[in-house]
Design a protein around this ligand. Structure first.
Ligand code: BES
Ligand code: MN
Ligand code: ZN
Length: 460
């Protein structure tokens, strides 16, 4: 199962590759390069890139500004900016593997609906000692999550998420269970059903579950849970136009859980794995759930719906309860859960919630190590009362006085999180709103590499 990335070339096939030199402000350049650099105002600043010609007019090497401290992630911009050709990292700055992975992350293009102008591929010779298969599958996981997020809701409904999950399960020899439509009521997923039932019949809600190596009781059990709202209109408490515009991305959590799950299985990590995705469309119809409705949940708690736009926590309530039935040692959930997460930390720093200090430190440290940052936020018990309802166990729209929308959403999930093991929740944005070379506007993978690195460290 080692499909190599098409833009990554094994070291043996690297003859004639053009060297890429990362240079800081004080780099000593030799004669021609020095004059060429001065002529172009190249000063080794981050973001600067200069192709240096040889005597024959061909490309001799490429200078890339590294600034005083080299950030391997900056290699994400290379593929978009370099002319087509075969390149290698010259005197690869440590850790070279991270720059190579960043390069691959930068090759992602969403071209399903628009042909890109013909450009010969930019390919990279793997630096010495690189695990090509591992680097390729990590890049592929991030690309899968981004592609799912980028795909419009019309072409990525609950059924399409099921199809992707089925492909992932089949190629890993894992079991797949899907509970759809009215069967959600029979199988006791009432909140998933309530949120998703307004959608057209061919876009019926479903609970998708992958189980891998579950008979290996000697291995730790990891559960991944994802919010798969294929489009979030807000339901009857309809979102305003600007807020609805990007809501094709509201299945980002499901995309992340499936992509990370596939990565774990391809890498054959020594764990048992359960991936649970609630795939629904938060649509509007005569049968839509309503403000004031009181939903039951798989856990047995009743929830008064104050706002149908707080739908993610409702479907995750049932999904997390289901995860708990497997008695996991570790549960990670991913969800584009609140706009408040972006208000708090912006689009590039996902809030991390967990009660377990060791898990928090492990995930944060992993995020720092691989350049996939998370920031810990508090499951502040003082705000629990914001979720109290008069006539139900909980309400889904926190009382306005609490303000901390991402925190109260996490506190809601905590009521449904597995009682065994440790649990962490990531309120991801899954979107890059500012286009830069290597970071196109659109779907973004967040916390996949951090979580994977942590799982490897913890269990690998
Ligand atoms: N999917 C949204 C959250 C969201 C909005 C994520 C924009 C990223 C960008 C979620 O379902 C939602 O609408 N949350 C509401 C909750 C509120 C009604 C309590 C929110 O954040 O405003
Ligand atoms: Mn919503
Ligand atoms: Zn949503």
């Amino acid at each position: 199962m080692s499909v190599l990335h098409p833009q990554l070339v094994a070291a043996e096939q690297g003859q004639g590759a053009i060297p890429i030199r990362f240079v800081g402000p004080d780099a000593a350049l030799d004669g021609v390069a020095r004059r060429w650099a001065d002529h172009h105002g190249f000063a080794g600043k981050p973001g600067q890139l200069l192709v240096v010609p040889g005597p024959d007019g061909g490309v001799d090497h490429v200078l890339v500004g590294a600034g005083p401290v080299f950030d391997p992630l900056s290699a994400r911009g290379l593929s978009a900016r370099l002319p087509g050709g075969l390149y290698r990292l010259d005197a690869a700055p440590e850790p070279a593997g991270r720059a190579a992975l960043a390069f691959l992350l930068g090759t992602y293009v969403f071209d399903r609906y628009k042909a890109r102008p013909d450009k010969a591929p930019v390919r990279l010779v793997a630096p010495e000692g690189l695990d090509l298969a591992e680097t390729s599958r990590i890049a592929a996981a991030c690309a899968l999550a981004r592609e799912m997020v980028d795909t419009p809701a019309a072409d990525l409904g609950p059924l399409q998420i099921e199809t992707i999950a089925r492909e992932i399960a089949e190629s890993a020899g894992a079991a797949l269970t899907v509970t759809t439509g009215d069967a959600l009521l029979e199988e006791n997923y009432p909140a998933v059903h309530a949120v998703g039932r307004a959608a057209a019949p061919h876009r019926a809600p479903r609970l998708i579950e992958i189980g891998w190596k579950l008979d290996r009781a000697d291995l730790p059990l990891v559960a991944l849970v994802g919010k798969g709202v294929v489009f979030d209109t807000g339901g009857l408490d309809l979102k305003p136009a600007a807020g609805m515009r990007n809501m094709k991305k509201d299945m980002g959590g499901a995309a992340h859980a499936l992509a990370l799950g596939r990565l774990i299985m391809q890498a054959d990590l020594p764990v048992r794995l359960v991936v649970i995705v609630a795939a629904v469309e938060n649509a509007v119809s005569g049968d839509a759930f309503r403000p004031g409705d009181i939903l039951s949940t798989r856990r047995g708690l009743t929830v008064e719906v104050g706002n149908t736009d707080a739908e993610g926590r409702l479907v995750l309530a049932d999904a997390l309860t289901r995860a708990g039935e497997h008695q996991p040692d570790l549960t990670l959930d991913f969800a584009t859960l609140t706009g408040a997460a972006r208000i708090a930390l912006g689009p590039e720093l996902p809030p991390l919630y967990t009660d377990d200090d060791a898990l928090a430190e492990g995930l944060l440290e992993a995020g720092r190590a691989v350049g996939d940052p998370l920031w810990r936020m508090p499951l502040w018990p003082g705000y629990r009362s914001a979720l109290e309802a008069e006539i139900a166990d909980l309400r889904n729209d926190p009382a306005g006085w609490a303000q901390a929308g991402s925190v109260t959403a996490a506190l809601f999930l905590q009521r449904f999180a597995p009682e065994t093991g440790v649990w962490a929740h990531m309120d991801i944005f899954a979107w890059n709103p500012r286009a830069r070379p290597g970071w196109p506007e659109g779907g973004e993978a967040q916390a996949i590499r951090a979580c994977y690195h942590h799982l490897r460290t913890r269990f690998g």
